[in-house]
Write a protein that binds this ligand. Structure first.
Ligand SMILES: [Zn+2]
Length: 266
């Protein structure tokens, strides 16, 4: 059994066959799916899907760096109002957020909103400190800036995931210095040109990894190019077992233990 710690299952890519996707995930051994939000609208769709599958799906809330624009302050206050009204004060059965995410910095396409991204990220890191929730961090072309902010709060943060890690050994070591944080590993591990297997084997202990799809994106080989889904994590597990020369069961056990350490027993 394993956990998909990062899946955009609320996306419209899944609206026609979400039941079937979840059925296939269960059959593949996926015991939980965690859903990050990217903006106010997706906070609502994430919450709806999680309440539709309360024994299986768990929500996160936040503003993704690529969704940070001039109106970021309004977005954040709307998300935080919505959180306090609909989540914290709702019925005991309703889903509670398990993390703040996905949040971070992304300068891959543009630095137009660099300053706004920095401020929005830091404000949401403060939410995580206040609410004592782990972080789901998205970071592209901005690791030094991201690390700079996390360092200031690290001693007060319960932990988190550096999602979709694709960096080199030095970058991995820099992130692993945050001892309550781990790396999210998904389809990229299986790509033919990826150096990730060598990097992981060299410097990343198996107990500092959680599994993720980032579905519908990042489908692993041999499904590359298709819509990704949680059941496809089996291909990532196979590659991780080869990388660490352990059994697939061991990969499942360690990554599930790590996900439980970060997110609690969800
Ligand atoms: Zn994502």
């Amino acid at each position: 059994m394993f956990i998909d710690t990062h899946c955009h299952l609320d996306g419209e890519e899944f609206s026609a066959d979400r039941d079937a996707v979840i059925q296939r995930a269960r059959e593949a051994g996926c015991e939980r799916i965690f859903l990050p939000a990217i903006d106010l609208k997706s906070c609502k769709t994430v919450f709806d899907v999680c309440n539709q599958y309360p024994d299986y799906c768990r929500p996160m809330f936040g503003l993704h760096p690529e969704e940070v624009r001039d109106d970021w302050r309004d977005q954040l206050s709307a998300i935080s109002n919505w959180l306090s009204v609909n989540v914290q004060h709702s019925s005991p059965d309703a889903q509670k957020p398990i993390a703040i995410g996905e949040i971070g910095l992304d300068y891959y396409w543009s630095r137009e909103f660099e300053q706004q991204q920095l401020e929005a990220f830091e404000e949401q890191v403060r939410w995580a400190v206040e609410m004592q929730l782990p972080l789901m961090i998205h970071c592209r072309k901005a690791q030094n800036e991201m690390v700079h902010i996390i360092k200031r709060y690290a001693h007060k943060l319960p932990g988190g995931v550096f999602h979709c890690f694709t960096g080199n050994e030095q970058e991995a070591l820099q992130l692993l210095e945050f001892d309550r944080f781990v790396l999210g590993i998904g389809g990229v591990l299986t790509f033919k040109k990826s150096h990730l297997p060598e990097t992981l084997a060299a410097v990343v202990p198996l107990d500092r990894i959680v599994l993720e799809t980032d579905a519908p994106y990042m489908a692993p080989v041999p499904m590359r190019g298709n819509r990704n889904e949680s059941a496809f994590i089996r291909y990532v597990i196979t590659r991780l077992a080869e990388t660490y020369a352990v059994s697939e069961d061991e990969v499942c056990k360690q990554t599930t233990d790590t996900a439980t350490r970060i997110f609690g027993d969800k």
